[in-house]
Design a protein around this ligand. Structure first.
Ligand SMILES: O=C(O)C(=O)C[C@]1(C(=O)O)C=C[C@@H](O)C=C1
Length: 339
């Protein structure tokens, strides 16, 4: 008889989590919020594509990626990567307040800055300050906020970098300006992505992320898509369009819904969408970071959908409906006596 070993081999490497690095990025701050990642190996990567590739190839069990910013809206690189890389699931969302400082190589004053390194999303969020204080600056894009700062010590390509406030804990740089963001209450939303297909349990405060294409460009198609949600009392917390890329004027929609796919009203809306759209990508149902419970109008409660299905089944199978014994105010047919 063979026995199955119940301990992992000694050389098993701990599960990796990929994140946009190096250490000190906002993405790292988001990963610090994941209890399961404590004690795991953290793999710093240079872009979203690399993070998702780690997940699909199994090099990492999950990746933390920025998906939405309160000033800039959706992070298009993430939205597009989630559309093209199959079999990915969002299992959690995390919010990180984002504020920025301007750092220089030691000894360089603000007046001496002409070239600024910055991650494109960070640049967009600090543009107002940069235009006001450095009107003729040149922008050099960086792969992350921390990479922008680190490069100052490696090359002389730029004089300053837009970086997170904690940057001086990691690099010997001078902070020449603080709070340079357009809005000091800015927040970036991050999602944890895996290739596992088990759904997180519904919590009553969940989100469902999907990407949807319209069947054609006939008048009213967008309205028809939105009706799927309206008819089931499903609220949206985000809708953005992204070009499909094959022709001008062709867009897909990135949508976040309030609720979990195991909520009857959300499942029913997705069935409606699936019948209507040539391409629906389900990205996941996961607990909301703000833990705000979804408000559901009573007529869209789970029980109402179950009761309606039971009513239909009773009619089509001639079997008694569970509700037949109790008089129903809304479903008179359910009480038709058995033949
Ligand atoms: O994680 C970081 O620090 C990043 O540089 C990335 C990133 C992004 O990809 O959106 C994250 C948050 C900020 O809104 C700007 C940039």
């Amino acid at each position: 008889m063979t026995s199955t070993p119940n301990t992992a081999p000694a050389n098993t490497t701990p599960a990796s989590y990929s994140y946009l690095g190096p250490a000190g990025t906002f993405t790292e701050a988001a990963l610090k919020q994941v209890p399961a990642a404590v004690g795991a190996r953290w793999k710093s990567v240079n872009n979203v594509g690399e993070a998702l590739d780690d997940v699909t190839t199994g090099r990492s069990i999950a990746a933390m990626i920025a998906i939405e910013n309160s000033i800039e809206g959706g992070v298009s690189a993430t939205q597009d990567a989630l559309t093209t890389v199959p079999n990915l699931r969002i299992v959690g969302e995390y919010l990180v307040p984002v504020n920025f400082v301007l750092v220089t190589r030691p000894g360089v004053a603000l007046a001496g800055v002409t070239v600024v390194n910055a991650h494109p999303v960070a640049y967009a969020q600090t543009r107002r300050w940069l235009d006001a204080h450095l009107p003729s600056h040149e922008h050099v894009p960086a792969s992350s906020n921390v990479a922008a700062a680190a490069t100052l010590l490696e090359t002389k390509q730029a004089d300053a970098a837009v970086a997170p406030p904690g940057i001086t804990e990691h690099y010997d740089l001078d902070v020449v300006a603080t709070e340079i963001g357009n809005n000091k209450n800015a927040v970036t939303r991050f999602v944890l992505v895996t290739s596992r297909t088990e759904l997180p349990e519904p919590t009553g405060a969940d989100k469902t992320s999907i990407i949807v294409e319209l069947p054609d460009d006939a008048p009213g198609r967008l309205l028809e898509m939105l009706e799927q949600f309206a008819a089931r009392g499903v609220n949206m917390s985000l809708i953005e369009s992204r070009p499909i890329g094959d022709a001008l004027g062709r867009y897909r929609f990135v949508i976040d819904l309030e609720g979990h796919i195991r909520d009857e009203r959300v499942a029913d809306a997705l069935l409606g969408l699936k019948r209507f759209s040539p391409n629906v990508i389900f990205l996941g149902s996961y607990p909301r970071a703000d833990k705000l419970a979804t408000t559901v109008t009573p007529r869209y409660d789970n029980d109402v959908f179950v009761e309606a299905r039971d009513w239909l089944r009773a009619i089509t199978t001639s079997e008694p409906s569970a509700a037949a014994s109790e008089p129903s105010a809304t479903m008179n047919e359910a009480s038709i006596p058995e033949q």
